[in-house]
Ligand binder design. Structure first.
Ligand SMILES: [Zn+2]
Length: 509
């Protein structure tokens, strides 16, 4: 009977966003002990899907009676700022106590994001990995899954045996990577020795250029990496990283894991990094100016023959630490008199309370951003009507929330002019058409839809909008793809595209 410990923490940190702590992790999802197992095997889980995939594959490989899950703690926040020091240390203590109490284990699965920073350190993920290694000792296999927005440190490399990154952006393969972690961990427990080599490039690509569909450079590199998998190669991971963490460990990273063949791991990692660097000038943004986007939305609203358009606000992406409440685009749409527009999801619990106080089908003066004072979260007032009040609970059907339980908190749909705005109480990005349809809104009949999301929405709207009917709008925000807008402190420099003349040469043997 294999005894497998499971623990991890998931946070993508934006250094320019306010710090986060206990409330953020409790709202998104912190699970302990048997609750982790129950969630992992639930029909419509709310826990991280990598854990569900890990359990399912372990059950398939070993039978439910053939392995013993020892779930400790899995703490997950919406992407936010750096984690507060005291709360992070509390989490570390909880991991340490739980893993020590578990006694002798045969393996550890660490479902981690990998893109966190803390107020006091660039590398909280490394601290988690090092703690696990310290407790279980050098010979127990430890396998981690990482978001492809992870920034990998030397400590992370040295502390776990295999780090498995996603292949897909939007992240539609989270469950599959959890399944892969189960297979790799099982192989290591059977005696295979993994060796790894990592190459980091001076390339910090803007978020919107990191798509993995056909025709995108990042997807091309990941697919090239997968052609290298054979009986000598366990895993090839290519991480685009998360710029806004602003750390010395930023930069697109290739990690090759082999079956005890360090020379091959190195030669393959270098070969793939060189292929990635050869494409570095392809990581260019293609956003529309606000006035052009607004003109197109207005045109859609005035002519039912014009195909509808899906607009995105990548600069205020709660999935990258944005607050989900900037009003640059909304204000411009309202002033232009747009018609038939759905807009969501807008994070403003105080506005939900205003709508609740007014009641359904009632007119009121909407006052946006009365409670929050974060940078860019500017106030706006507009005459409104409450269309619908809702508890914000639903099960998704599309994209990254397909089959998942979603909670928006108390929710209100309010009409401001020709815009129907979905206002929520738990900050998150709009991941799919479910975020409108679950509230009774007509996504097919809408003339334009505006989402606060950088790119994950694409997987949840691709049944309605092909890529040519998606427009990214260039406005200010905490997650603006215009990297030159930010005051970087810790990125390794020079780095492309901030320093356009950056060069890179493969490490010599
Ligand atoms: Zn990610």
């Amino acid at each position: 009977m294999k005894r497998i410990a499971i623990l991890g923490f998931m946070l993508e940190s934006n250094r320019f966003a306010p710090p986060c702590g206990r409330a953020d992790f409790e709202e998104r999802g912190t699970y302990r002990g048997a609750d982790i197992t129950a969630q992992a095997r639930a029909a419509t889980p709310s826990i991280y899907l990598g854990i569900c995939g890990f359990y399912a594959e372990m059950d398939r490989l070993h039978g439910r009676g053939g392995w013993e899950p020892l779930p400790i703690t899995h703490a997950s926040s919406q992407p936010a700022g750096p984690i507060e020091e005291a709360y992070f240390n509390e989490l570390l203590t909880e991991f340490e106590t739980g893993l020590t109490a578990a006694g002798a284990v045969d393996g550890v699965y660490v479902p981690e994001h990998g893109g966190a920073i803390a107020v006091h350190t660039h590398d909280p993920d490394g601290e988690v990995f090092a703690l696990v290694r310290r407790i279980v000792g050098p010979s127990v296999p430890v396998v981690a899954t990482l978001d492809l927005h992870a920034n990998v440190s030397d400590v992370m490399m040295d502390s776990v045996d295999v780090q498995i990154g996603y292949h897909c952006n939007p992240h539609t393969d989270i469950r599959e990577r959890g399944e892969e972690a189960a297979r790799v961990l099982s192989e290591l427990m059977a005696g295979t020795k993994a060796t790894a080599y990592r190459v980091r490039l001076p390339l910090v690509a803007p978020s919107v250029t990191q798509l993995t569909a056909e025709g995108h450079p990042y997807g091309d590199l990941i697919r090239l990496g997968q052609t290298k998998i054979d009986d000598r190669v366990i895993n090839v991971t290519v991480l685009s990283g998360f710029a806004f963490a602003d750390t010395p460990k930023n930069g697109m990273t290739v990690i090759v894991h082999t079956r005890d063949d360090p020379a091959l791991a190195k030669s393959l990692a270098v070969e793939l990094a060189a292929a990635g660097w050869a494409d570095h000038t392809r990581y260019r943004t293609n956003m529309a100016a606000l006035d052009i986007a607004v003109r197109r939305a207005v045109a859609c609203g005035e002519d039912a023959v014009v195909p509808s358009i899906l607009f995105a606000d990548p600069a205020d992406n709660p999935g990258g630490g944005g607050r989900g409440n900037t009003t640059y685009i909304l204000k411009a749409l309202l002033e232009a008199g747009v018609k038939g527009c759905l807009f969501g999801v807008f994070f403003d619990p105080a506005l939900v309370e205003q709508a609740q106080a007014a009641g359904e089908h009632t007119a009121f003066r909407a006052r946006l951003n009365t409670r929050e004072t974060a940078l860019y979260s500017e106030p706006l007032e507009w005459d409104a009507r409450v269309v619908r009040l809702h508890d914000g609970e639903f099960v998704g059907h599309h994209g990254m929330v397909a089959g998942k339980s979603v909670s928006l908190g108390a929710t209100a749909v309010i009409a401001l002019g020709g815009v129907e705005l979905v206002v929520i109480s738990k900050r998150q990005q709009c991941l799919s058409s479910d975020f409108f349809e679950a509230l009774g809104l007509d996504v097919v009949g809408a003339r334009s839809i505006m989402v606060k999301s950088r790119g994950h929405f694409r997987a949840g709207f691709n049944h309605l909008f092909p890529p040519e009917r998606i427009v990214e709008v260039d406005v200010p925000g905490l997650t603006s793809p215009n990297l030159a807008n930010f005051d970087w402190r810790y990125l390794p420099r020079p780095v492309f595209p901030l320093d356009p003349d950056t060069t890179w040469a493969p490490p010599v043997a």
